[in-house]
Design a protein around this ligand. Structure first.
Ligand SMILES: [Zn+2]
Length: 159
């Protein structure tokens, strides 16, 4: 049963989850990355997460930090459930998450679907780019260089 009280608690839990950063990309929270599938507040706190792909995020670390963060704010005991189906998609990255990536000099994944298109340069917006390496700073990024401003940049892989 969803009551006004549980709705308010759910909103508070989401606010707290926005402070849990992704270990692979510490400028983004697990909410920004679209990893939080659902939150229940009553009768117990249950958070359902879909991790980004293996190597991109240390799932155990995230689960521990979700538990600690919520317990410290009085929402314990906390159950964290991991759901792998459907698999996480880069389509789930929020608008805020995309803006944070751009501000951090990272090209976000395309908003809808994975096409053959190249990322735009996050520094100058240029479309003339070259892929330097399929493996960037983390397994979820590839490395590119802009042919206009010559800046190298990471792009979040689409999947
Ligand atoms: Zn550029």
């Amino acid at each position: 049963m969803v009551t006004d009280r549980s709705e308010a608690r759910i909103a508070e839990i989401y606010d707290l989850l926005e402070t849990v950063m992704d270990p692979g990309m510490p400028i983004l929270s697990i909410v920004d990355l679209g990893m939080v599938r659902s939150v229940e507040a009553e009768p117990a706190t249950v958070v359902t997460l879909t991790p980004t792909y293996i190597g991109c995020a240390a799932t155990v670390d995230i689960v521990n930090r979700v538990r600690t963060t919520l317990c410290e704010s009085g929402f314990g005991p906390v159950r964290v459930e991991i759901r792998h189906a459907p698999p996480w998609s880069s389509d789930w990255v929020s608008e805020r998450g995309r803006a944070l990536m751009r501000a951090g000099g990272i090209a976000p994944p395309p908003a809808r679907g994975c096409g053959p298109s190249s990322p735009a340069c996050p520094a100058c917006g240029g479309a003339r780019v070259d892929e330097i390496s399929a493996h960037g700073a983390s397994p979820c990024m590839s490395l590119w260089r802009c042919l206009d401003c010559k800046e190298p940049f990471g792009a979040f892989k689409c999947h």
